[in-house]
Design a protein around this ligand. Structure first.
Ligand SMILES: Nc1ncnc2c1ncn2[C@@H]1O[C@H](COP(=O)(O)OP(=O)(O)OP(=O)(O)O)[C@@H](O)[C@H]1O
Length: 339
């Protein structure tokens, strides 16, 4: 069932629409991550859903009810912002119980709930600790427990892990995912970090200049970016124009195989780095750089003609910077970009 529905939501500041006719649905128990570059309108969209920002046009429906005129505290949404804004003068328990007190839960009734939530976020027994004594990651967990405490029907996260270091972020993403699926929470999150979005979301929504550039499961978006913008935003650099004829396209890199059924004519092609394969004879390139990425080595190759190419290979077979290599393209990693 649909919990949240946005219909033609537009927010203008002056003449500029920073959110432009956005339609979006979030189903119950679904985690949707809105992803996009800085200034694309992600936070504004969250603020609209929360009731912190008026729309210039369009409607927000929660559980089928139009939220026009419904104040923030009556929408039943939980919010967790980037800088997690804990109350410094309250202890951990005081922070987590805040929403319950605002809801009017009697004092005797929320002790158990606070204990349960702290357990859930991996901070059992931390009620009396001072906020200032917590690490960044611990503060993030307390902020999450605080947002979850009133059992919001929709939990909204704005750059939930933005301030944390990479290792902690990767751990917390996994924990959050498990937590949301155990609790059956419906989540709308905003991030500019694709790794975070792809790890957390059932569905990702990529925004560009206030509009939805693509929406789909992480796999769909990863496998079939809907445009060059989305492809580049996901970190794919190997994009080249080409003329498709039959099963290949003529490009500045030479012949690039294309999937069967690709319409003939001028197209833009994306070759994922895994599809740029070192071989005996092929497009000649010089290795400009190599970066160890844990499971593989990322190579930056300068071909004799055409844009720079990114390739992936195993550490054992990785060439050195300055080496001359030849590459071929594997058809399964070539995507013909729409438009
Ligand atoms: N109150 C406001 N008045 C005027 N312009 C605003 C206001 N709030 C946001 N904007 C502008 O709207 C655009 C979208 O902002 P928003 O914060 O929604 O983007 P974002 O995608 O969340 O960016 P970031 O990732 O940097 O947080 C930005 O260009 C911003 O400067």
């Amino acid at each position: 069932m649909t919990l949240l529905r946005l219909e033609g939501v537009t927010v203008r500041f002056g003449d500029r629409a920073v959110v432009d006719a956005v339609d979006l649905e979030v189903a119950e128990h679904e985690t949707v991550c809105v992803l996009g570059p800085s200034g694309s309108g992600k936070s504004t969209l969250l603020r609209v859903v929360a009731g912190l920002q008026q729309v210039s046009a369009g409607r927000v429906l929660l559980g089928g009810a139009d939220q026009a005129g419904v104040p923030v505290h009556r929408r039943g949404v939980g919010l967790m912002f980037q800088d997690h804004q804990l109350f410094p003068h309250r202890d951990v328990g005081g922070n987590v119980s805040f929403g319950l007190r605002v809801q009017g839960t009697p004092k005797g009734a929320y002790g158990g709930r606070v204990a349960e939530l702290l357990e859930l976020v991996g901070l059992p027994g931390a009620q009396r600790r001072a906020v200032s004594s917590l690490s960044g990651g611990e503060q993030q967990r307390v902020a999450l427990a605080r947002a979850l405490a009133p059992s919001p029907r929709l939990l909204m996260l704005d750059e939930p892990l933005g301030q944390l270091d990479r290792g902690l972020r990767e751990r917390l993403v996994v924990e959050l995912q498990g937590l949301f699926s155990r609790l059956g929470t419906t989540v709308l999150a905003v991030t500019h970090d694709q790794g975070e979005a792809f790890a957390l979301a059932d569905r990702v929504v990529v925004m560009r200049d206030g509009r939805i550039a693509q929406a789909g499961t992480p796999l769909e978006v990863w496998q079939r970016p809907a445009s060059e913008f989305v492809a580049r935003f996901l970190g794919f650099e190997n994009v080249v124009p080409g003329t498709v004829a039959g099963t290949a396209a003529a490009t500045a890199w030479g012949r690039v195989p294309v999937p069967a059924g690709t319409p003939e004519g001028e197209r833009r092609l994306l070759v994922r780095p895994a599809g740029v394969v070192l071989c005996e004879a092929g497009l000649g390139c010089v290795v400009e750089s190599r970066t160890f990425r844990g499971t593989h080595v990322a190579l930056r190759l300068r071909p004799a003609s055409g844009p720079v190419l990114e390739a992936e290979c195993e550490l054992a077979t990785a060439p050195a910077v300055g080496d001359r290599v030849a590459v071929a393209f594997s058809p399964s990693q070539v995507v013909v970009l729409p438009g």
